[in-house]
Design a protein around this ligand. Structure first.
Ligand SMILES: Cc1cc2nc3c(=O)[nH]c(=O)nc-3n(C[C@H](O)[C@H](O)[C@H](O)COP(=O)(O)OP(=O)(O)OC[C@H]3O[C@@H](n4cnc5c(N)ncnc54)[C@H](O)[C@@H]3O)c2cc1C
Length: 279
């Protein structure tokens, strides 16, 4: 199928993009990497009257590390994150997740901002950002605001972004010597969206883990933290963490909820091993 007709505008700045969205009263959509948006247009799941291309906006595509914080601009491509030595060193969870996101051609165009704004419940980056206790900068018509990643994902493909907002950057604490991360997912084919996935972060104190954050994807409408399992894992028992898994995944086209719950336990054992190993 071909998309419905739409107009195209290239934004010159964040303010220009916000103004163009405002001038078209909920009828316009931002175009970043286009890797999700263009598919939805082609399938006519979405038919905006205007696409506002943000690819030419300067200053929102960088990767930086300052004062123990990693900051990534919305337009940073998946491939740039995958190849970044700063990400490898200071954001090992993002580095571990990257090869699982789609295929190289898609990673060459797709952006972190697009992935978070699209908020596919089976996507890797939303869960990583929640596991890292990150935050998201949003530029709107009259103000800029920052939203915790845990408050950003509101429902199925629904976020804290308003129709005139642009996601401009994300931030999260850089990994320290005591940081442990774990990542695993099960997909039917490498590069497909996950049936179930798990992104995790913790602090190691001696042989114990503290501040354990287990964030699943593909098990609900948004990234889902398994809080009882986090407590059990911090207490040192992987078996009890698996028994305590407080997830209730719905059936979807990939698998039944019961299968997903079983797979979540399998992934927890794999990720717990990564968290407990010294890097
Ligand atoms: C075959 C295939 C397989 C894929 N597999 C995976 C996978 O396994 N895991 C995964 O995570 N993703 C996967 N993707 C999606 C890919 O990661 C996309 O790149 C990503 O979801 C969207 O990023 P984008 O930059 O392409 O955004 P676009 O497609 O340009 O935009 C997506 C949505 O976000 C909005 N948007 C974009 N940028 C902003 C912004 N800065 N502020 C506010 N709103 C914004 C757009 O208006 C649009 O509604 C796959 C895609 C394809 C085609």
């Amino acid at each position: 199928m071909k998309p419905a007709a739409f107009a195209y505008a290239k934004a010159r700045s964040l303010e220009d993009a916000i103004a163009q969205l405002g001038a078209h009263k909920g009828e316009a959509k931002l175009l970043a990497g286009g890797q999700s948006l263009i598919a939805t247009l082609n399938m006519r799941l979405s038919s905006p009257s205007l696409l506002v291309d943000i690819n030419g906006i300067g200053g929102i595509g960088g990767i930086g590390v300052k004062n123990g914080t990693v900051e990534i601009g919305a337009l940073a491509r998946h491939a740039a994150l995958e190849r970044s030595s700063d990400i490898a060193k200071h954001a090992p969870l993002i580095a571990a997740a990257m090869p699982h996101i789609a295929h190289p051609a898609i990673r060459n165009r797709g952006t972190i901002g697009g992935s978070l704004a699209y908020a596919d419940p089976a996507a890797e980056l939303p869960a990583c950002l929640v596991a890292l206790d990150g935050e998201i900068d949003i530029a709107g018509p009259n103000s800029k605001r920052t939203v915790k990643a845990s408050d950003f994902f509101k429902g199925l493909f629904e976020t804290a972004l308003g129709s005139h907002d642009v996601l401009s950057a994300v931030r999260f604490p850089a990994a320290s010597a005591d940081t442990r991360v774990g990542f695993a997912e099960l997909a039917r084919r490498h590069g497909d969206y996950a049936m179930v996935g798990l992104a995790a972060a913790a602090q190691a104190s001696g042989k114990r883990l503290s501040d354990v954050r287990l964030c699943y994807f593909g098990v609900g409408a948004t990234p889902v933290r398994a809080r009882k399992a986090e407590t059990a894992l911090a207490a040192g028992s992987v078996d009890q963490a698996v028994d305590a898994l407080d997830l209730d995944p719905p059936d979807d086209i990939q698998a039944t909820g019961a299968v997903k719950k079983h797979l979540a336990g399998v992934l927890l054992r794999r990720v717990a091993k990564q968290l407990m190993e010294k890097p």
